[in-house]
Design a protein around this ligand. Structure first.
Ligand SMILES: Cc1cc2nc3c(=O)[nH]c(=O)nc-3n(C[C@H](O)[C@H](O)[C@H](O)COP(=O)(O)O)c2cc1C
Length: 243
């Protein structure tokens, strides 16, 4: 008698909590409300970015037609407006409620981190900065001009030293593999491609030249950029003004 009463109570309890379990299961498959960027150390120097523009005189068809890898740059500096526009094109947030971005992401897991290696940018000290898409700001990682070091780590590709800036895309694979297992690895690489193509098209619209660089020593680039242990560099993308 007592055991059948216990079974009944258990059934009633399961019925009562079933809706809550369902909500939890669905929520687990939803994108996070904010992007999973690491917490910066306190006293980090931050640099607010100007709002990006959402229109231009260059059509997407013209940008596709003109897109080319460019490795020759002038010495002219880039502006903060241009930097903001490029970073937004790569990983900017376009739907703040759920944190969706300019580039698609498998399961909205957002494994990519975006760094600015600033050489010559108006009103910005040379250094390495991490882009915070949610706040549209830069957080300083280290100061000083590291372009020559970065070029050496990229098998001596000198145009990295000559470009006003490089944008470096890195990845925290676990954000995606935790959900998709080993298949998540390919998803991360696909996402770097999406972000890089956005940059190529945005560079055309801004009349800037750039090239994606995949040939470099991961460990050296990780050390130069002070990447956290779980982050791997995927692309170095030098950008500069052309004649
Ligand atoms: C995954 C990948 C890695 C690349 N790595 C380099 C590189 O290390 N150095 C370089 O100068 N170009 C690199 N490129 C650029 C290619 O050389 C370039 O896209 C190709 O020559 C075609 O020229 P286009 O981009 O102007 O159409 C890379 C391109 C891709 C897609």
């Amino acid at each position: 008698m007592r055991s059948s009463t216990n079974r009944l109570s258990l059934k009633l309890l399961l019925l009562a909590i079933a809706p809550a379990l369902l909500v939890l299961a669905v929520a687990a498959d939803c994108p996070p409300a904010t992007e999973p960027t690491p917490t910066p150390p306190t006293n980090t120097t931050t640099l607010p970015l100007p709002e990006p523009r959402f229109d231009s005189d260059v059509s997407v068809e013209q940008a596709l037609l003109q897109r080319r890898s460019v490795r020759d740059y002038t010495d002219a500096p880039l502006t903060l407006d241009e930097i903001s526009q490029l970073l937004w094109a790569a990983q900017g947030i376009t739907e703040p409620t759920r944190g969706f971005r300019t580039s698609p992401s498998a399961g909205a897991t957002y494994p990519l981190e975006t760094y600015l290696v600033a050489g010559t940018v108006e009103a910005v000290s040379a250094g390495v900065y991490r882009y915070d898409p949610a706040e549209n700001k830069l957080m300083e990682v280290r100061d000083g001009d590291i372009r020559a070091e970065l070029a050496s780590a990229a098998l001596g590709q000198r145009f990295i030293e000559e470009a006003a800036i490089s944008i470096v895309l890195s990845a925290v694979y676990e954000r995606t593999t935790n959900r998709y297992g080993d298949r998540g690895i390919r998803y991360v690489h696909m996402e770097a491609g999406h972000a890089a193509q956005n940059l190529y098209l945005q560079a055309v619209a801004l009349d800037l030249g750039m090239v994606v660089v995949g040939a470099f020593h991961d460990d050296q680039v990780g050390n130069i950029l002070r990447l956290p242990g779980e982050e791997r560099p995927l692309y170095i993308i030098p950008v500069g003004r052309t004649d």
